[in-house]
Design a protein around this ligand. Sequence first.
Ligand code: SAM
Length: 449
Amino acid sequence: MINKNDEYIVEIIDNGIDGEGIAKIDGYTLFVEGAIKGEKIKVLIVKANKTYGYGKIIELIEKSPYRVEPICPQYKKCGGCSLQHMSYEAQMRYKEEKVKKTINKFLGENNNFIFNSIIGMGIPYNYRNKAQYPCQSGKIGFYSVRSHEVIENNYCYIQDEESDKLAKKAFDILMQSNNVCYNEKDGTGNIRHIMVRIGKNSGELMLVIITKNEVLLGKEELIKKLKEEFPNLKSIIQNINDKNTNIIMGKTCKTLYGEDYIVDILGEYKFKISPLSFYQVNPVQTEILYYTAVEMAKLKGDEISFDLYCGIGTISSFLSSKCKKVYGVEIVPEAIEDAKENAKLNEITNIDFRCGAAEDIIPKMYEEDNIKANVVFVDPPRKGCDQVLLDTIIKMKPEKMIYISCNVATLGRDLKYLIDNSFELQIVQPVDQFPQTAHVETIALLRLK
Ligand SMILES: C[S@@+](CC[C@H](N)C(=O)[O-])C[C@H]1O[C@@H](n2cnc3c(N)ncnc32)[C@H](O)[C@@H]1O
């Protein structure tokens, strides 16, 4: 019987889905944060359930050769980067194994797909173009791990330095103007989050102040001071979120200064990005992701392609010069408006964007309008593709399918369904979009059998 506060010496036999170390004590599974496969450690049991529990490292008896000193002094307090204690090389090996193991778990070992090494990042720091800083009790920073307590912080090693500076400066001005931070316990106060987006290739900055209500004190002062200090600041938006929720942004946006979008460049294309639209967070790796995915489809130029879950039309644009026609489908109206504008901005005339859920739009297009694709790209959110959409794709029988996923568990589930229904998996290609964290992006190429 394993009990809380017991101590054990264990060997870490694996790293789990979030990077946590896994040990076994007579069949009992123990999860240990910050432990690396191959290490021998002394652990204190901090939580004991019947068949599994959680341990805390109290002594590293045999250290992994891949263990490094985390670069960030806030590493232990912040839940943001769970792999900073591993060398970048070890992070990449961990992600490859995670993708391979998860897909094999769903498909069985006898699948003969080609598994390519992960595409890593040259400098795996300061890569993010979007930062969301919670504000609480006169402080701006990050949520302490597994809590909603804000820890003050001035520098994040995966964010852009300019984002950190702009958010801190805006917050200080807002506090000097007597604005009060939102208190999620009793619903009082107003300033909830500050979000900064930076076009890494254009330099353009967007500041979004997320508030509980419409009031914002000292707007003129804020705009004047920020304009002086940040000449690349193109847009200041107030977003109103009056719900008692963990979802950061509300639906209402008011432009306080400049445009209601910023522009960034990916490959040879420009993209307008609105505050509510999805945009991949690591542009260096996104270009690689898109070029690799399009290349994997080996298009001849006469195909009709679908780009489902298309966001602001980025993949559609990369596809547009490689095939005859592209249909892009996206559920967020603001994003599809951006997508249409982006096609104009890039003088692309062969994309048809449609707004709605892919699982509603695609069956109608296929069954009522007889529109079929030779190649289907999907890039769904973490929950994966809707079953109705997969069933329609199976009926439609495109020659190829490219599945881009940020959650290998739902990717594995959907691949299994597609493979059981007339597709075969040919290539799996992980791409490291999220260095220092346990997240990984994966591209899978399927062909009709
Ligand atoms: C992972 S993002 C990918 C966006 C785009 N492909 C890119 O690379 O920027 C997933 C997108 O799917 C959209 N989405 C979520 N559920 C959807 C649905 N049922 N139908 C269509 N789009 C959906 C989200 O709004 C988001 O823009």
